[in-house]
Ligand binder design. Structure first.
Ligand code: SAM
Ligand code: SF4
Length: 527
């Protein structure tokens, strides 16, 4: 596999890793990177992209498609006709990797039928496994890690010209000094592609890359490299451009977003709360969210900013992972359950009405029935809005795999996953029901799944998010989409509030639309 950038060579010409030498991509910590863009070239080729994983990957796909459009690609949803097929991958759990290999198997016949097509594996798996991906799927032409995505258009062009496969991955954490490794995870000039966003008025904005927490079960510190906070001016610049394009809500993303701190190198430091304050000033922006938080870095200045700034969504996603201190110790989460409770109480005291959600891993190494019971106890009492629950998946290269046997049988993991989820669902239902009778402010995202079955134009069921990140559905005309309006909540299921929209304020008409029809069987699932 050939690389174009001269850099560190690992094991001959077939596996070359790049350092920071790429001339045109700016460094993550550098000055603002977003510049006026030349207009996109007329589309002559098509790209198909599949994305697995977290918000970071969703944003990366948006950036990659934006960059490809600049060189003449159009987005297609049909892999069989695409000139370029990209798979943006996740390595957090084995299941996510399996999904990518089965997707590759699905498109392999298209490549066999037309060898001129280019298949690329990009993102976390590419960074973690590099050229090993081609050992399992030899028809893959392109492997590009999370820190090298800006090079994709150039590498694809080389493949099309030479038919030589290309590999671009950043340096491993132990392959060079910290600064050099940091520099090898280059930023990606945010050439955004609105077509890739869920809605035109909501966008992710990356404020931090990488992670230095090194939880023992997690691959992210290797797949996304060292933690680096982005220059605040660069972030501000991007938010202003997004707002000019019609964006009303930004979600600031980072692996531990509340650890954000930018050191200007002249004695000045921008904390996360300082950054939020500056973003809050952007005229036209209506809402600001952020994910994901690390419990230990939840400072009072941040909580006060969330409370005091009206555009801040009153919602904190703060993963606990386990309710047992022994398990947290083996996970190296750097806090105890008691410290998490202190953070939770402090957050609720400082931000009245704040919604909090969590992540849990069940069946981590050495998790006994007694330790799992402690996770149940926390979920029972913590009043989380919701929790994401995962079965522990042993990951090669992690400290957990090196140190501890994966000793909880899969059947037990499954049962614990189910039990914790059922308990959380009951608590989520209570949380939702407590909102019945409230008037909530909702940003309307579009038709709900049920509403999408009716023809556009009339009144149909719409879906939106409240200021506490709850999902609300209500009936209304499509012209409400993208508006912020008040909804009177009349009913609730596990994760959905049902209400009536006050339309006067948004569309100039009088009154309140009828309450959205409740599903016949009030379940706990999403609408
Ligand atoms: N940075 C975030 C944090 O610290 O909470 C989350 C990043 S991770 C991509 C999202 C979630 O995946 C984690 O909160 C954890 O619950 C889960 N996760 C990570 N590694 C896992 C593993 N090896 N097996 C199962 N779940 C895992
Ligand atoms: Fe992974 Fe822990 Fe970093 Fe989150 S904080 S990305 S779980 S290492």
């Amino acid at each position: 596999m050939k690389r174009i950038v001269p850099a560190l060579v690992r094991g001959g010409a077939d596996a070359i890793k790049v350092s920071s030498t790429y001339p045109s991509a700016p460094s993550y910590n550098g000055t603002p990177t977003m510049t006026a863009r030349p207009p996109a070239a007329p589309a002559s080729k098509t790209v198909y992209i599949e994305t697995v994983g977290c918000q970071m990957n969703v944003l990366d796909s948006e950036l990659v498609v934006g960059a490809l459009k600049r060189v003449g690609y159009a987005l297609t949803h049909d892999p069989s006709t695409a000139d370029l097929m990209l798979f943006n991958t996740c390595s957090v759990r084995e299941h996510a990797e399996d999904k990518t290999f089965s997707a590759l198997g699905r498109v392999a016949p298209f490549k066999l039928a037309n060898p001129a097509k280019v298949i690329g594996v990009i993102g976390c798996m590419a960074q973690k496994d590099g050229d090993a991906i081609r050992a399992r799927a030899p028809y893959v032409d392109l492997v590009v890690g999370t820190g090298q995505l800006a090079k994709i258009p150039e590498l694809v062009a080389i493949i099309q010209e030479t038919r030589d496969p290309q590999l671009a991955v950043s340096l491993g954490r132990r392959e060079a000094g910290k600064r050099e490794v940091e520099m090898s995870f280059e930023s990606f000039d945010p050439t955004r592609d609105p077509e890739m966003r869920l809605t035109p008025f909501q966008a992710y904005v990356r404020i931090q890359i990488g992670c230095d927490k090194f939880c023992t079960y997690c691959v992210v510190p290797s797949t996304r490299g060292p933690e680096q906070s982005r220059h605040p001016d660069s972030i501000l610049n991007e938010v202003r451009i997004l707002v000019d394009q019609g964006c009303k809500e930004v979600t600031l993303i980072g692996q531990t977003v509340n650890s954000y701190i930018y050191d200007h190198g002249d004695g000045r430091r921008t904390r996360f709360s300082d950054l939020i304050l500056r973003i809050h000033d952007v005229a036209g922006l209506r809402r600001i969210k952020f994910v994901t938080n690390f419990p230990k870095d939840m400072t009072d200045d941040l909580l006060d900013a969330v409370r005091d700034l009206p555009k801040m969504v009153k919602y904190l996603h703060v993963p606990l992972q386990s309710g047992c201190d022994d398990v947290l110790g083996r996970m190296k989460r750097l806090y105890t359950v008691g410290e998490y409770w202190e953070m939770l109480h402090r957050s609720r005291e400082r931000i009245p009405g704040v919604a909090v959600s969590s992540d849990f891993i069940v069946g981590f190494c050495g998790e006994t029935d007694a330790s799992f019971q402690k996770s149940l106890d926390v979920v029972d009492r913590a009043k989380f809005k919701n929790s994401f629950i995962f079965k522990y998946s042993e990951r090669p290269g992690t400290k957990a795999m090196e140190r501890y046997p994966d000793d909880v049988p899969d059947a037990v993991k499954k049962q614990r996953n189910h039990d914790l989820l059922m308990l959380q669902n009951e608590r989520s239902l209570e949380d939702s029901r407590a909102m019945i009778g409230q008037a909530v402010e909702v940003l309307v995202e579009g038709p709900s799944r049920q509403g999408a079955k009716s023809a556009p134009g009339g009144i149909r069921q719409l879906i939106g998010r409240t200021m506490t990140d709850h999902i609300a559905v209500f009936d209304g005309p499509d012209r409400l989409v993208g508006e912020i309006l008040t909804v009177d909540i009349a009913e609730a299921s596990g994760f959905t509030l049902y209400g009536a929209a006050r339309t006067g304020e948004a569309i100039g008409g009088e009154g309140v639309l009828p309450v959205a029809r409740l599903p016949r069987r009030m379940g706990l699932g999403l609408v």
